[in-house]
Design a protein around this ligand. Structure first.
Ligand SMILES: C=C(O[C@@H]1C=C(C(=O)O)C=C[C@H]1O)C(=O)O
Length: 367
């Protein structure tokens, strides 16, 4: 368990209700674009405004943000709409500049949180400051690195801490720009239950058509909020044009969200208990079967040792994979899921047989 010292995030005078919504353009482009978008968002009830000032771009030559020039525009947003404002920071200079212009909250981006030196620099610059700080997941699916970044910020005395799940980079492009790998933020929540987690459907989806579904999934997984990029004219945006929505579309997405009860306690004792009992029983059976299978694999390992046969039998492994995935599919189970399970079983089986071989070798050497 991580030992973070976390306090509830507070924006003075704002009652934070689930889902907390943070919205605004990917990048601040012009004063007019910032102000117009902000006013449209304020009109639909958004209370926390975001805008990228410094943009870490994948390739040089892309629009890298207007820099500190945009901060007075955000200050105007705050003064004219009453919204709180937040920006991404990646260096100590960004932190000092943002604080100078009264930014209410900051977040550490995914490329930054992957780099402990950069996170430490930001953490040191934030020492003595009491504002909410969010840490996006690092680009690579490494939960410990994410937690490490949170610990560094927390170590600087920042207690109003939150996490932003923006998905993970992969080489092969799936339907997502950044694969959600929901099990990672779920595990983060299991390890640090008091840490609020906000989902970033814009960066996970990479296209505006996916934002509604990802937002709903985030709510069904009981995450605390959504950070969604909005632009008064998304097609003309200077960065991430395909994943931004108009404030009007954002309102539609939010209005259509179904918020389900997070606790089961207040539902009548119902079928859920019975179903969970069945799951418990089946999991027990699964463990018995796995245990029995590993015992047989160990016996095969012993046989291989005595007869000088290699552990890995590729043809047999290949036959098993094809057969089991086919059988899974004919039962209506997902082929990818079956593949993962049998790959994992095979890996464990190989490692059990290696342990047998090593044990026998040692025994022989000891003689
Ligand atoms: C168990 C064996 O050893 C390995 C493990 C396998 C398994 O667990 O199914 C299959 C093939 C081998 O790579 C075997 O040779 O049958």
């Amino acid at each position: 368990m991580s030992k973070l010292n976390i306090e509830t995030i507070k924006f003075p005078g704002l009652e934070l209700k689930r889902p907390v919504i943070i919205s605004g353009p990917c990048s601040a482009e012009t004063e007019e674009q910032v102000l117009t978008t902000a006013k449209e968002l304020a009109a639909i009830g958004v209370k926390i405004f975001r805008a990228g000032i410094w943009k870490p771009r994948t390739r040089p030559g892309a629009f890298e943000g207007v820099g500190s020039l945009g901060l007075p525009w955000l200050k105007r947003v705050k003064e004219e709409t009453g919204m709180f404002i937040g920006v991404e920071v990646a260096t100590s200079h960004h932190v000092y500049e943002a604080l100078k212009f009264g930014v209410d909250m900051v977040w550490v981006g995914a490329r930054t949180s992957a780099n402990p030196f950069a996170v430490q620099e930001v953490a040191d610059a934030l020492k003595g400051v009491n504002i909410p700080v969010f840490v996006k997941n690092p680009v690579n699916p490494d939960l410990d690195l994410w937690i490490g970044a949170l610990e560094r910020i927390n170590g600087a005395g920042i207690t109003q801490l939150g996490a932003i799940h923006r998905g993970f980079s992969t080489y092969d492009k799936s339907e997502f720009r950044n694969h959600p790998q929901w099990q990672i933020p779920i595990e983060l929540h299991r390890r640090i239950p008091e840490l609020p987690i906000i989902t970033d459907p814009s960066h996970i989806g990479g296209t505006r058509d996916l934002i509604a579904d990802i937002s709903q999934e985030a709510m069904d997984l009981n995450f605390d909020g959504l950070i969604i990029e909005a632009h008064t004219c998304p097609e003309k945006a200077w960065s991430d044009a395909s994943q931004q929505v108009t404030p009007a579309r954002l309102k539609e997405i939010l209005d259509n969200l179904v918020l389900r009860r997070p606790k089961i306690g207040d539902t009548p004792r119902n079928a859920l208990d019975e179903l969970r009992k069945k799951i418990d029983e089946l999991d027990n059976q699964l463990l018995d079967v796995l245990n029995e299978r590993m015992k047989i694999s160990e016996a095969i390992g012993q046989y291989k040792y005595e007869n000088n046969i290699t552990i890995l039998q590729t043809r047999r492994y290949d036959e098993i994979m094809k057969d089991r995935v086919g059988r899974a599919a004919s039962r209506g189970l997902d082929a990818e899921f079956a593949t993962k399970i049998f790959e994992s079983i095979h890996e464990e089986s190989i490692s059990c047989q290696s342990a047998i071989m090593n044990r026998e070798l040692k025994r022989k050497e000891g003689k």
